[in-house]
Design a binder for this molecule. Structure first.
Ligand SMILES: [Zn+2]
Ligand SMILES: [Zn+2]
Length: 159
């Protein structure tokens, strides 16, 4: 049984992805959640917000895709936790893996990049919510940094 993520929200600002035949797969550590993404994924943005730190033990490396392009192919363990008024987080109830960041009002879902099967073909392109970064690590690359949200300024980002 296919169980597509909520795709009710349509947003004309989100660009159409060119290559719809390209399928990327991913899932959690134990295999109770598996998913497929149609078309190209956005490159990875590292989110250093306090919620990501608690959820992921460090910054949250987020890729992103349109909701309609993400299909849950095995959802036995999929749970959702509402982390704010704007979004909920998808995780595996069996093994605890973090999988998704899903805003309620946008036609896009963040995908925790570590859950993608390798090779991902993605690159890290920047850092957001650096103002909330924990003090036990430093950002040592030269990629763009934003104190809070990038507000869509990173290449091919969704607003
Ligand atoms: Zn799992
Ligand atoms: Zn975050």
């Amino acid at each position: 049984m296919l169980d597509p993520l909520d795709s009710n929200m349509m947003c004309t600002e989100v660009p159409e992805m060119a290559d719809q035949k390209n399928i990327t797969t991913g899932g959690c550590l134990c295999g109770a959640v598996r998913y497929e993404v149609k078309g190209a994924l956005r490159d990875v943005v590292n989110c250093h917000c306090s919620m990501c730190q608690r959820l992921h033990g460090n910054f949250g490396p987020h890729s992103k895709a349109r909701k309609v392009n993400i299909t849950i192919t095995k959802g036995d363990g999929l749970g959702w936790y509402k982390t704010s008024d704007v979004a909920r987080r998808g995780f595996c109830r069996e093994c605890g893996s973090g999988l998704f960041w899903q805003p309620f009002e946008l036609d896009a879902t963040g995908i925790i990049a570590g859950s993608l099967d390798n090779p991902t073909g993605l690159k890290t392109m920047g850092h957001i919510f650096v103002g909330e970064k924990s003090d036990f690590y430093e950002i040592t690359d030269d990629l763009p940094q934003f104190d809070g949200s990038s507000s869509g300024e990173l290449v091919n980002d969704y607003k």
